[in-house]
Design a protein around this ligand. Sequence first.
Ligand code: G6P
Length: 364
Amino acid sequence: DASDIEKGTYPYYMLKEIDEQPVVMRKIVQKYQTIDGEIAIDQDLLTTLKSSDRVYIVACGTSSHAGWASKKFFETLTHLPVEIHLSSEFGYNMPLLSKKPFFIYLSQSGETADSRQVLVKTNELGHPSLTITNVAGSTLSREATYTLLLHAGPEIAVASTKAYTAQIAVMAVLAKALGTEKGIANAVEFDLFHELGLIATAMETMINEKEHLEELTANYLSATRNAFYIGRGNDYYVSMEAALKLKEISYIQAEGFAAGELKHGTIALIEEGTPVIGIITDAVTGQHTRGNLQEVKSRGANTLVISSEGLAKPDDQILLPTVHPLLTSLLAVVPTQLIAYFATLQRGYDVDKPRNLAKSVTVE
Ligand code: G6P
């Protein structure tokens, strides 16, 4: 529907799509919930997954980061090991597969050539597959055994935002359904639809922090050459996506790094004023990330902390409302999307149409 893709009063699609994320979370709850509150996922898909011994997520760009953000909860809820692979690498350097592999293709567009070439190969090998996509009837959807839709509405901005969070949410729906099917207590007890509702509300809180985030971005990022996001575990995975978002539209050279790994080389890049943004949503790893932030601060870095309210220290600049520990990525990414947006505006670039990039890449 053409009216769906109107910018309305928004200056850029990216901002509109960031703002739509709470609605998308609620839409996913609505689309994947039966009238009696059960999960509406194809039984055949669950049966096939139940007999699989390993999940291989294959994707590119932001979609591969959504795969990383899903690994921990998927393994916790289903007891199935999950590997994440880049499509462009996997097809030509296929690792030794498990006995009963199951492939998940994450693709907003469903048209990415790198991912399709892998799907063609896994189809030839006879392995079952699922495409999770925003586009019904897309190539990857048609050629995979199963499809789940994101229901995120059209995503127009080249920099992906709502598709990332929708992919994670749909992966959570799948994990909850499979874990429940397998009788795994973690999944049975996990009130996912309720938690996604809380995520939607928490996202709204972050989205209402635009002025604060715009000001922080002006102070920390508007004039820098490079920047780092650091975190551990899920916070590391969000860091990778946060850095991609920042670099692809603002052209600030940005890297998402495992916080503990900085000291093994990359810390050499820290100079007076280098922005280092730490993401902290886990109590245990958060302590260590704080230590790593201290290390770079003492070498001149301008540190900025995004932390969950319950774990926050008085100086932390961005506070995330507390949400379920398995789903923190859905929320932590939101301020980083807005930081990328404001950094791009402040540096005078076109937010929706970054140079050299296409929304959907149909060549290998
Ligand atoms: C392009 C887009 C990225 C996207 C990637 C994968 O490079 O610019 O935003 O993450 O393709 O796209 P897909 O449609 O497969 O998710």
